[in-house]
Design a protein around this ligand. Structure first.
Ligand code: ARG
Length: 254
């Protein structure tokens, strides 16, 4: 039901946008694809898109004098759609990797994140080494999925992050691998009401910088965004956004 309603709403909004040409005052509109299942970077508060990256992209657009239209889709579709040029920009806590750089362009990174291992309290998995031969849940298309496949774990992939979490909670997998700050937020929310708690291991899997992504050839857009993005990093706006969302900020320049 909810999904159907969301689809109808999306269709109505698209028609409204088409009707006014998407740019009332001749202002340019950037279409930004996002998977809002990734707090504190992008998530839904009711139907409102909130998070560090939402405010960051809004600030970038304001400085550039362009408008933003957000499109909500699964993470995997963000990567594919942006690469194909269906959307101008991908905003989804996207980690910069050499592999992705072969098919897309990235802005400068604005923070550093890590992949965390989440288990159920009392689990015999206490470190990365304990994970050998175990089963893990991940989100489809993520660096977590890539890393876990490369390291020979039994991987179950889910389009939505919440389903990857459920797989752990219901005992279908031994661990859930997900970006550290999102793990912290989702585990804190889960543990508020849960009998059996979730635990984030101290040892992280990898560290990865986050950036915004566009298709190959969009070099001018990258240059324009980098200019304002670097100002927002340098003047402390980005660090303040992390603070606002209660997340520790790690600069990409380590
Ligand atoms: N940082 C990871 C990656 O780039 C996961 C990002 C997931 N993002 C999301 N909005 N669900 O693969």
């Amino acid at each position: 039901m909810k999904k159907a309603l969301a689809l109808i709403l999306a269709a109505v909004m698209m028609m409204a946008l088409a009707a006014c040409g998407g740019s009332k005052s001749g202002e340019k509109t950037l279409t930004v694809a996002t998977s809002p299942d990734f707090p504190p970077f992008e998530s839904l508060d009711g139907t409102k898109l909130v998070g560090i990256e939402v405010e960051l992209v809004d600030a970038i657009a304001a400085k550039m004098g362009v408008k933003v239209e957000y499109v909500q889709i699964d993470f995997d579709s963000v990567l594919n759609g942006v690469q194909a040029g269906k959307y101008d920009l991908g905003m989804s806590g996207i980690s910069v990797t050499d592999e992705r750089k072969e098919n897309a362009l990235f802005t400068d990174p604005y923070c550093l994140a890590a992949q965390a291992i989440v288990v159920v309290e009392g689990s015999d998995i206490a470190s990365k080494a304990d994970l050998d031969g175990k089963s893990v849940s991940v989100q489809t298309g993520t660096t977590a999925e890539l890393f876990c496949n490369e390291n020979g774990y039994k991987v179950s992939s889910f389009a939505a992050n919440s389903d990857a979490e459920s797989a752990l909670v219901t005992g279908k997998v031994d661990a859930w691998v997900i970006d550290d700050l999102t793990a912290a937020e989702m585990v804190a929310v889960y543990n508020q009401n849960a009998g059996t708690k979730l635990v984030i291991l101290d040892e992280a899997m990898t560290t990865e910088p986050y950036a915004l992504m566009t298709k190959k050839g969009n070099d001018q857009l990258i240059a324009d965004i980098n200019k304002v993005l670097n100002e927002l990093v340098a003047d402390g706006t980005v660090a303040k956004l992390f603070e606002k969302y209660g997340a520790p900020y790690t600069s990409p320049k380590q």
